[in-house]
Design a protein around this ligand. Structure first.
Ligand code: GDP
Length: 463
């Protein structure tokens, strides 16, 4: 009898202890490293002072404890949580060094079950939480899978207007006498590919986000590989014009590398990682492009549209044709909400919602739960007030980067809708970068609405 009871208990244990793979992405500097550091820190401090009233299992007192566990998958680099935390607790406090490729960290959450039936069988369960960080730039490559090399080249060339044209000039000059039919010169192709990479870096530095191929900026372990030594064909190429060229010609070599990149780099990432994700949070810094002006803002929208194709699961979508997606919850989070006063947070959410509208349209229909919030993973400002036109208005207090000067300021209003032309003419705000607040090493990191994010992403898994 005892044996049967043990077996039943062990079966219950196995069937109720769960596993969840939570993926965190966003374009570079959107706040992924800060977010994962804070998420892990809040969970580890769940019973030691973390402020998580909106995270239902914590509010109900059902989370018994959380601990870090060694990573099961030995091939993926680990997310360096300890180093990030050390940097935050330094005096003066610094932001964690951003990650550049895929990173992983695993936790086990032990909790009291809330379900009546389960309570009769066993009182506690555990959730193994695998958190994966990866660059959003890698998702920008998905549409390449639906394009030939010639089509992709045409799209890249069509973007070279205004400032982008200026930044790509060195690449265009280097391509001037490139001949599709001549024998490929490896060194020359590598040099020109470097100039295309320099152009992509310049776009990033200027606050532009739509860049392809994404690995050129964040190559991870592929830095220097020949698979990354290609670039768009620089001349207006009619589709099929260069068919039947010898495989050693310049055009055929570039085309082959493009196809290799699509098949073995882009597809591989989706197969090895993306398809294993259960839930996804996409972090978006809407404030930086608002600061940088209309071109940077429109470019960010274009990048988000590309990025969201990875979450369009409709029958006819490119994604559905290539893969079978499994994500059941998708959260868009506007990060760095502590850069603006709290009365602007609703506008941040409304703006992000509009920017990600395409994903919302299909989500309900496709059975993916989707939400949008504004959060600050690591709050670096305190609320304050300041005098403006003989009135007291809400303001922010913090220490400005890079000079660490204490400042009190009103950064301005976030538009609740996609800004129209007149908005850019009277743009009246300036979002500053702040240093993290000074903290004691035993205090959990201060945050805004991380509990909201946790509740959406994990709450229903801890019942
Ligand atoms: P990643 O490239 O996506 O990993 O971005 P990081 O997490 O490294 O964040 C980039 C920068 O954004 C940091 O160095 C900080 O300056 C800033 N940042 C990130 N999260 C926050 C936040 O919650 N509040 C504030 N004020 N700044 C943040």
């Amino acid at each position: 009898m005892k044996n049967i009871q043990n077996e039943v208990m062990s079966w219950v244990q196995r069937s109720t202890d769960q596993h969840l793979c939570l993926a965190v992405t966003g374009l570079s500097r959107s706040g992924k490293t800060a977010f994962i550091t804070s998420l892990v820190n809040q969970l580890l401090a769940v019973n030691q002072g973390a402020r998580l009233p909106l995270f239902t299992p914590v509010r109900e007192g059902r989370v018994i404890g959380v601990k870090r566990v060694p990573q099961r998958d030995l091939a993926t680099p680990s997310f360096n949580y300890d180093r990030g935390l050390e940097q935050l607790y330094e005096h003066p406090a610094c932001w964690p060094t951003p990650t550049k490729g895929v990173g992983k960290i695993e936790l086990v959450i032990r909790y009291r079950t809330d379900r009546l039936l389960m309570r009769h069988l066993k009182e506690t369960s555990s959730l193994r939480l695998e958190i994966i960080d990866y660059p959003g730039e890698w998702l920008l490559d998905l549409p390449m899978l639906g394009q030939s090399y010639a089509q992709w080249s045409m799209q890249m060339n069509s973007l070279l207007n205004a400032q982008r044209k200026e930044w790509a000039q060195a690449w265009q000059d280097a391509c001037a006498d490139l001949n599709a039919e001549s024998l490929a010169d490896e060194q020359r192709l590598a040099d020109i590919a470097q100039r295309w990479t320099d152009y992509l870096h310049r776009c990033k530095d200027e606050g532009y986000h739509f860049i392809q191929p994404g690995r050129f900026i964040l190559p991870g372990e592929m830095a220097g590989a020949p698979a990354l030594q290609f670039f768009p064909w620089p001349f207006s190429t009619v589709e099929n014009q260069h068919q039947n060229l010898d495989k050693n010609t310049t055009f055929a070599t570039l085309e082959r590398r493009y196809n290799f990149y699509c098949q073995h780099v882009v597809k591989k990432f989706y197969k090895e990682y993306f398809l294993k994700f259960d839930r996804q949070i996409v972090l978006v810094d809407c404030l930086q492009p608002l600061n940088s002006g209309v071109n940077a803002f429109n470019d960010m929208r274009l990048a988000l549209t590309q990025l969201m194709q990875s979450f369009h699961y409709g029958q006819r979508s490119l994604f559905r044709r290539l893969f079978s997606p499994v994500i059941d919850k998708l959260l868009f989070a506007a990060t760095k909400a502590d850069h603006v006063t709290s009365d602007q947070h609703a506008n941040m959410v409304a703006l992000l919602r509009q920017m990600t509208q395409a994903a919302w349209k299909n989500a309900a229909f496709e059975g993916v739960k989707i939400d949008c919030i504004a959060l600050s993973a690591i709050q670096a400002t305190c609320p304050g007030v300041m005098a403006y036109q003989q009135q007291q208005v809400p303001a922010l207090r913090g220490r400005r980067l890079p000079d660490y000067q204490p400042v009190t300021l009103y950064p301005g209003e976030v538009p609740a809708q996609l800004p129209n032309p007149s908005f850019w003419l009277q743009q009246g705000f300036a979002f500053e970068n702040f240093t993290p607040l000074e903290m004691n090493a035993d205090e959990p990191l201060p945050h805004l609405r991380m509990d909201n994010a946790l509740d959406f992403l994990l709450g229903d898994k801890l019942l």
